[in-house]
Design a binder for this molecule. Structure first.
Ligand SMILES: [Zn+2]
Length: 180
């Protein structure tokens, strides 16, 4: 999902070490292309994308803590929603069947990404939308587990943290049982 990729373009390694992919022109050019935008001059988009990223991260944090967005989240999202022109073309596929393909005409990634986020909240289970509980990571992810219990992202470091904690928890129960 594009909005998840945008949030995670701020790659947090620790309190003093953040790798911001938006600073890398090549990364941003390729990402925009992969998201469906052919934008030659990407420089003007760095600022708005960074602002939208702050808004999205704050919205996910609010959802995790309170289960709903606050008024500030709503007005921030509205400031990023705008007109979107989607141009369809009809084509024939290899078997001769018609195939519709579409591209964004107005080339406004912030409108499209903000809309994608709002659509997700409306159509999907927003309780699955999370930021990794490792405070040195905070990566955004969709929790696929049935009981929505996943706390850490899929990265090795955070996964190992999960294992270490589970081990410690088991150990604590063991010690308690041995004492009683
Ligand atoms: Zn993580």
């Amino acid at each position: 999902m594009i909005f998840i990729e945008l949030i995670n373009s701020e790659h947090i390694h620790g309190p003093d070490h953040v790798d911001d992919h938006l600073d890398k022109a090549e990364w941003l050019y390729e990402a925009l292309k992969a998201w469906g935008f052919e934008i030659r001059d990407i420089a003007p988009w760095v600022g708005p994308l960074r602002e939208l990223r702050i808004v999205l991260r704050a919205a996910v944090a609010e959802l995790m803590e309170f289960g709903q967005l606050n008024e500030a989240n709503i007005s921030q999202l509205n400031s990023f929603l705008g007109p979107i022109t989607y141009r369809y073309r009809v084509d024939l596929d290899a078997e001769g069947k018609t195939a519709l393909r579409g591209t964004f005409e107005d080339q406004s990634p912030t409108h499209v990404i903000a809309l994608g986020f709002c659509r997700y909240l409306e159509n999907e289970d927003m309780k699955r939308l999370k930021l990794c509980e490792n405070t040195r990571c905070r990566e955004a992810f969709i929790d696929p587990t049935r009981n929505k219990s996943k706390k850490w992202c899929a990265s090795n470091a955070c996964g190992n943290l999960t294992k270490v904690r589970a081990f410690r928890a088991r150990k604590a129960v063991q010690v308690k049982n041995e004492k009683s």
